[in-house]
Design a protein around this ligand. Structure first.
Ligand SMILES: C[S@@+](CC[C@H](N)C(=O)[O-])C[C@H]1O[C@@H](n2cnc3c(N)ncnc32)[C@H](O)[C@@H]1O
Length: 220
């Protein structure tokens, strides 16, 4: 069955309107966004401010005390998650880049969330496989190399407790997922992940058009 879409691509005006009504970053987050923007084209890897606000709220709603981020870049999504998680919580952040992650660290400090963030530099799949606390985590956010998305999903199903949440970014890949002529590697990896998550019996999923597409997975 097909129905008419009720979601739509945002105009600049509507985007600004939603930022003005609960989606904007606070001054610390805004300065981090601005510093990242000055890095040029790579800055497009950063999640949107309203996605950060949404994930901060999700972390709070899930009551996340222990979480994992796969793909930290300059640290904006980590800042949002760590804030949502509250005092005494722990967010393991996985990234391969010392250079990019070092940009975010002063902002984590200023926001007083540094003590919640455990940054681990190295290939994320190795970092995840080295974590022994099966079902010890409440939440995960995946936003790194697309070729490993299914492997991250498998490993996170071991690490996240039943009832916990896995948030996966870029699942629409700017719409390329439905362009049948698009055979690029990353498009194929994203399609493979989306099909895997849909078929995986341990996942209860919803895909929503926030940012570049987000899948929220409740682990059964
Ligand atoms: C899209 S960016 C993450 C953006 C970040 N979540 C934010 O909102 O600012 C992807 C990140 O994944 C990292 N990355 C790529 N391949 C990786 C791997 N195999 N293991 C760990 N991190 C990786 C990159 O260094 C980059 O910082």
């Amino acid at each position: 069955m097909t129905t008419e879409p009720k979601s739509f691509y945002l105009s600049k005006e509507i985007h600004q309107y939603l930022l003005d009504h609960g989606g904007a970053a606070d001054p610390i987050g805004q300065r981090l966004i601005e510093e990242t923007r000055k890095m040029g084209g790579v800055s497009m890897m950063q999640i949107a401010p309203e996605q950060g606000a949404f994930m901060q709220l999700l972390a709070r709603l899930v009551g996340a005390r222990k979480a994992i981020e796969v793909g930290t870049f300059t640290g904006f999504s980590a800042l949002c998650l760590a804030r949502g998680m509250g005092e005494g919580s722990r967010l393991i952040c996985c990234d391969t880049s010392e250079e990019w992650t070092s940009v975010g660290q002063p902002y984590w400090k200023e926001a007083q969330v540094s003590d919640r963030i455990d940054l681990r530099i190295g290939p994320a799949i190795e970092t995840l496989r080295a974590i022994e606390e099966d079902q010890g985590f409440d939440l995960a956010f995946v936003d790194a190399d697309k070729s490993s998305y299914v492997a991250y999903g498998e490993e996170l199903l071991r690490l996240i407790r039943p009832g916990g949440l896995i948030i996966v970014d870029n699942v629409l890949w700017a719409g390329a997922v439905v362009d049948h002529d698009n055979k690029e590697d990353n498009t194929q990896h994203i399609r493979a992940f989306n099909d895997w998550a849909t078929a995986e019996a341990r996942c209860e999923n919803v895909m929503i058009p926030v940012g570049d597409g987000l899948t929220l997975i409740r682990v059964r």
